[in-house]
Design a protein around this ligand. Structure first.
Ligand SMILES: [Zn+2]
Length: 411
């Protein structure tokens, strides 16, 4: 099939006016501008008209499980109170509620142009009941052992046996030791060893809130009190920042995708600066959730200057108001006005593809990449295409996933 559009925005290359993209067997076979690609004999041609064609968007951090909890928890005065409120709501959810939430989350993500979603799986036992995934999905098995009836080793063994059952070509798995305040160092190390053997991506929440920082750095504060009250061993507190603690004890390096990093000390930046960029972990920022909690300003410029691979995610609907990635980067634009539209789009495409080990396969329009594409209304000059994409609100009217047109009919 040959797709034509007013503009093709490959992301990994400059915008192409009057572009064409050839799709063969679910992959991109060729891309060119103007008259560079003529239809082959018998080839189907789909002219998308006044649109910009770009790679489908990748949500680098989400919790589809909580997609029915929009506005369910009002912003609390503390992060710890929010965690407690969310936990009490979670206990009331039935398996059917969770499955319904995942389905709704998928639908909303797709409506806003997401073709790949990285979702934490707090209820992995339910995943076999989901049926075929409607979007390309990385399910990150959430692992918590502070109050677990299973040992850390049993938890990891259970996760691995579960992954071996997967046969859905759109689904991949990773491991998510939840956060340094809910997962032990042993669990982090076991997860890292398993991921190293199986090639899985690792993700965790770290340095999200000032309360987490206070717990680790000073052994005090609301999160410290809450978790010590639950019986969590607190001997890891009072030595280092949460990021520094994990970095020094678990070698949080290039195979990790770190969610948040809102609260970093100078010593944390020094740790990052000591490594070449290619060995650094990737980082995902969630602007809506960040605003909801009122966290300190995300250190985007400093992390970018160190060469950190920066991605954007929505987090869950329990702490943001939509699963629109374009809406999330518009928020980021408000707090970081110097960010160019091209850089914002890279954080939704190339950067998360790299974090998932999918460079050249996802997040770009280039020969050999999977044909995960979206089209947005656009009729301006090529140099205005990226800004028009960022400005697009509402549903995305055309999507292709693995070479198949999904959702709405062509524009
Ligand atoms: Zn999260």
């Amino acid at each position: 099939m040959l797709l034509r559009a007013n503009t093709v925005l490959p992301i990994c290359a400059p915008a192409l006016p009057y572009g064409a993209v050839r799709v063969v067997d679910g992959r991109i076979a060729a891309v060119a501008g103007a008259a560079g690609l003529a239809p082959l004999p018998g080839e189907e041609v789909l002219d998308l008209g006044e649109t910009v064609l770009l790679p489908g968007l990748i949500n680098a951090h989400c919790h589809l499980d909580y997609s029915t909890l929009r506005h369910a928890v009002a912003p609390q005065s503390s992060f710890t109170e929010w965690v407690q409120r969310l936990n009490s709501i979670k206990r009331q959810l039935s398996p059917e509620d969770i499955l319904d939430a995942i389905g709704r989350g998928y639908a909303e993500a797709q409506q806003f142009g997401t073709t790949t979603v990285c979702s934490m799986a707090a209820f992995p036992d339910l995943l076999p009941r989901l049926g075929s995934a409607p979007l390309r999905t990385w399910w990150f098995y959430e692992m918590i052992d502070i109050r677990h009836r299973l040992t850390s080793e049993e938890l990891v063994a259970g996760a691995l046996s579960f992954f071996n059952q997967n046969a859905d070509p759109l689904v991949r798995y990773g491991l998510n030791p939840h956060a340094p305040y809910t997962a032990s160092l042993l669990l982090y190390r076991l997860a890292q060893a398993c991921a190293g053997e199986s090639g899985m991506v690792l993700t965790t929440h770290v340095a999200e809130s000032q309360e987490e920082d206070e717990m680790f750095t000073h052994a005090r504060g609301p999160l410290y009190d809450f978790l010590s009250g639950l019986g969590r061993p607190m001997h890891d507190c009072g030595h280092d920042t949460p990021f520094g603690w994990l970095w020094r004890n678990c070698a949080i390096r290039g195979q990790w995708l770190l969610a948040h990093l809102n609260v970093l000390a100078e010593s944390d930046f020094a740790l990052l600066a000591a490594l070449p960029p290619e060995q650094l972990p990737s980082v995902v920022h969630c602007p809506g959730s960040h605003r909801y909690f009122g966290h300190p300003v995300f250190p985007f410029e400093r992390l970018a200057a160190l060469g950190v691979n920066l991605c954007v995610g929505t987090d869950s609907l329990a702490s943001t108001d939509s699963l629109s990635l374009l809406g999330e980067v518009r928020r980021m634009q408000e707090s970081h006005p110097d960010l160019q539209p091209e850089a914002l789009l890279q954080m939704l495409t190339l950067a998360p593809a790299r974090a998932l080990g999918q460079e050249g396969r996802l997040g770009c329009i280039s020969p050999g990449a999977l044909a995960d594409l979206i089209a947005l209304p656009f009729c301006g000059p090529p140099e205005a295409a990226a800004a028009a994409c960022i400005a697009h609100s509402g549903r995305v009217p055309w999507m292709m996933l693995g070479g198949k047109i999904v959702g709405s009919p062509p524009l």
